[in-house]
Design a protein. Structure first.
Length: 211
């Protein structure tokens, strides 16, 4: 009957040469080599080849890889490249959204002013309060990835709504009415803009929560 502990495989012979053979198997391998001269000769040849390889290329093992092949450096460069691409995409989305929002505001103001010529700045008022409604709606939807991806925020909120709404026009129109002594109109404009804008913003939030 063959003793399984005495069976020596080819892999074990290679491990013996490489110094990676488990200690409990060394006895069996050495006994095999002592009783099989052919295997002992092969092991001696392998060991000689290994020594020649170490003598020729051993110094290379201790050399640092060139910077162009440094994996850590390459990974950092790739991360910087991806970060730059992501930043460029955000800026592009912001600019695109802002451009479209500004164009929509201009067209909306043009349409209102063609039909209304009163003293009250109706165009700016309507633009800002509708913008309040849309931002309340959008910010809730952007928090839910199943409806709108958060990466759309620079395009839709910062870009489009930033270009669409206009606090500067609101401030300038209010200051102009105050300078002209139209205190009641200025007060009404500010109060209506704040109250209606807040109301519509809450309405946008409530509507988004229904989805």
């Amino acid at each position: 009957m063959i003793d399984r502990d005495q069976i020596v495989t080819e892999d074990e012979l290679h491990a013996y040469v490489d110094g990676e053979l488990p200690a409990e198997r060394r006895g069996a391998v050495e006994a095999r080599l002592a009783s099989h001269p052919d295997d002992a000769a092969r092991v001696a040849a392998w060991r000689s080849q290994a020594e020649l390889i170490r003598a020729r290329y051993g110094a290379v093992d201790n050399e640092k890889p060139p910077q162009r092949l440094d994996l850590v450096r390459l990974a950092r460069r790739r991360r910087r490249g991806m970060a730059a691409i992501a930043a460029a995409a955000v800026v592009a989305a912001f600019l695109a959204g802002g451009g479209v929002g500004s164009l929509v505001r201009y067209l909306a103001a043009l349409a209102v002013n063609e039909r209304y010529d009163g003293r009250f700045p109706l165009a700016t008022f309507l633009i800002n309060v509708t913008g309040s409604f849309v931002i309340g709606l959008m910010l809730v939807l952007l928090d839910r990835e199943d409806l709108l991806h958060p990466n759309l925020r620079p395009l839709l909120v910062t870009g489009f709504l930033g270009g669409y709404t206009t606090f500067s026009s609101f401030g300038w129109e209010t200051a102009k009415m105050l300078e002209d002594g139209e205190w009641l109109s200025a007060t009404s404009y500010v109060a209506a803009s704040v109250v209606v804008g807040l109301f519509l913003s809450v309405a946008g939030i409530r509507l988004a929560n229904r989805f």
